[in-house]
Design a protein around this ligand. Structure first.
Ligand SMILES: [Ca+2]
Ligand SMILES: [Ca+2]
Length: 77
């Protein structure tokens, strides 16, 4: 029973975090789930699209999870 309660609380927490940071996550933006966000995929999040050039540190035209995580780090400050 307490295991399920813990799980439920964990899900609630994750949901609240998702709401607090906006509904977009790397997984939702990465529409084709290839592990990279293209400029086209970034268009679903206007703020991300604007920041794309700055986030794409290696300039390959894709955002990896590592590059994208800079967004989440910035949101916390
Ligand atoms: Ca993708
Ligand atoms: Ca890149």
């Amino acid at each position: 029973m307490s295991r399920y309660l813990t799980l439920a609380l964990g899900l609630c927490l994750a949901y609240n975090v998702a709401l607090a940071t906006g509904t977009a996550t790397f997984e939702t933006i990465d529409i084709d789930a290839d592990g990279q966000i293209t400029m086209d995929e970034a268009k679903s999040d206007p703020d991300l699209f604007k920041a794309f050039g700055g986030l794409d540190v290696d300039g390959d035209g894709f955002l990896t999870l590592v590059e994208y995580s800079a967004v989440e780090a910035n949101d916390e400050s």
